[in-house]
Design a protein around this ligand. Sequence first.
Ligand code: SAH
Length: 397
Amino acid sequence: MTKEKIVKASPKYIQHFLKGFPLLNKENVTTSIENVQDGGILKLVDTHDRFIAKGYFGLQNKGIGWLLSWKEHEEIDKEFIYKKIQAAINQRLHFYYNEDTTAFRVFNGEGDGFGGVTIDYFDGYYLIQWYSKGAYSFHEEVMESLRELTEYKGIYQKKRFAQEGKYVDEDDFVEGTRPSFPLLVKENGVQFAIYLNDGAMVGVFLDQREVRKRIRDSYSEGKRVLNTFSYTGAFSVCAALGGASLTTSVDLANRSLSKTIEQFSINGIDYEAQDIIVEDVFKYFKYAVKKQLSFDVVILDPPSFARSKKHTFSAAKDYKDLLKEAIAITEKNGTIVASTNCSTFNMKKFKGFIDTAFKETNGKYKILEEYSLPEDFKTLSQYKQSDYLKVAFIRKL
Ligand code: SAH
């Protein structure tokens, strides 16, 4: 048995930990963690040295490790990991049998009982993402479990911890066969081009599946749709498939042009009939106002933080202003789809931004519907920050 390092919980966090809060960080423990190996087992105790839970050491942008078991005599070994992955797969069997959707999340970190690692499925290929060296120290156990539990064409991985949390390019292939890229997957019948070996982002964010479907099925017919921070244009593709009269995709990154052309093309949409613009969104808003352009649907899905030459955007600080820019170019009775993956504020606060933005522009609105993470992105009720996605469909009245 490996030696366990004893860590004391800060008194005011003991109740949270006992109820299942999974994240260890510098604020909620009193023991300074030194000389612990990445992946070393930590035993969390209360003020009277009574056992609370055990977990592992792994430095990541959030926290210093994750709690895994609240049973004192449970070992963190291959069997433990196997059972977690098995349970996660069993909860997603309906995805495996769904022919219209061949990409989904199989294992969502702490939501599935093991923080620091996620596993996604892309039409027979698995992508494992490791968020700390500590998490990666369990890679043999995770790999063995996948080999035993699944039939796969190939496995890829991303080490999201190399050099201060920044992703460093390397060959992400682990084993099996390599597909020819792009790997084509389906989501509710829509095709997406996926690149598993081309940096941290693979082409589509799986957590927006339900939002994309909703935009396609209920908000696009005959509409002019503006998709800002469009990346590979996944929302634009869904809008076009839903009958949009025109989609306009705006993203700062040069790569977004070819990537968006590709996503349109594999879905049989003539990309030349769509507008794809490589530009700073904030500059585009000014241009649109000057040219008196307006849209029936405006999609806002910015990163939590972004820095461009002229602009720093932080969702927590600047989302309200972003909304005001969108309100200015949205038609009366049009829809703004406001989305954020920022985990530092919740839906209530997000709705506060929406309310303030409309008040400051003397406008009225109605929130038509709200979305959060889909079921394959399983979260823990004890750890609210992991439920990061917030999407509101807003009617401008
Ligand atoms: N909405 C996308 C995901 C957005 S990812 C989707 O559903 O797939 C964030 C994107 O924002 C990146 O592609 C990045 O290039 C872009 N971005 C960041 N800052 C920007 C800015 N100021 N103007 C335009 N695009 C920006």
